[in-house]
Design a protein around this ligand. Sequence first.
Ligand code: MN
Length: 300
Amino acid sequence: MSKLVENRGLWSSLVSQDDDAEIGVLGVPFDNAVSWRGGTRHAPQRIRSITPFLAFVTEEGLTLKVRVKDYGDMESDLNWERFFEATEASAAEIINGKHKLAFFLGGDHSVGIPLFKAFAKSFQGPVGYIQFDSHPDLADYHEGHAWSHANTARRNLEQPNFSPFHLAFVGLRSFLTEELDYYAAHPEIGWHTARSVYRRGIEAVARDVIAQMKGVEAVYMSLDIDGIDPSCTPGTGTPEHGGPSTRECLEFLRLIFAELPIRAMDIVEVSPPLDISDVTSLAALKVMYEVFGFVQEKKE
Ligand SMILES: [Mn+2]
């Protein structure tokens, strides 16, 4: 068999059944919680489907050797509460396993609620949470729900070993009044707007986030694809202009993965039906492969 064919499997043939594979992947195809346009339930399968066509070499020329154990997708369930409980249980198994990094693919951002719950419960000490997003998702209730995609960070703060002191946002540029009131009451939150990224540079922002996470046992990194400017990632339900580029997102991730104990990450809000030439799914996959490289470099 030629080498080219060999590399054209799922996850570019990085896929493994080993329980101690460096990366554990779980898809959470759920989009019942969006306020406007959906389609994010198609993202995990769409992203997987293009994995054979992206080189398994990082942008700095590192050939990926990490093993990826793909657990598949959560089964859909029309009972929202039961679906979140099942998602939490599966996520806990992956986080508590032997992987260096648990990688979750949404779904809308509401799936981050059971995922982070599983994460926080997996550690005794304080945990950190970084959200790269145009929105802070700090609403207590949104459109009659406490578990919508606008409530994620607010629900996460209900975990006893997580506080606003270890909560950081990057790329913010769209707010509900209630969210601004919450920030005014909790100025300890790391609140980095898209404009601040533009004016200060992504490295200065990353340094602040790294300093803020000092003392945490583990960090969860959530990437809402609408945190990136829609010129780069148009395939999402609530695009917000004026954001950082995919380039800046990659730089940010490179800096924080080098310094922080990041044990779980998600990419949410990718909507293949709203996408153009798969560029948004490709951005998600690009980010994944670069992150796999950061995990590999840390090990080497
Ligand atoms: Mn968002």
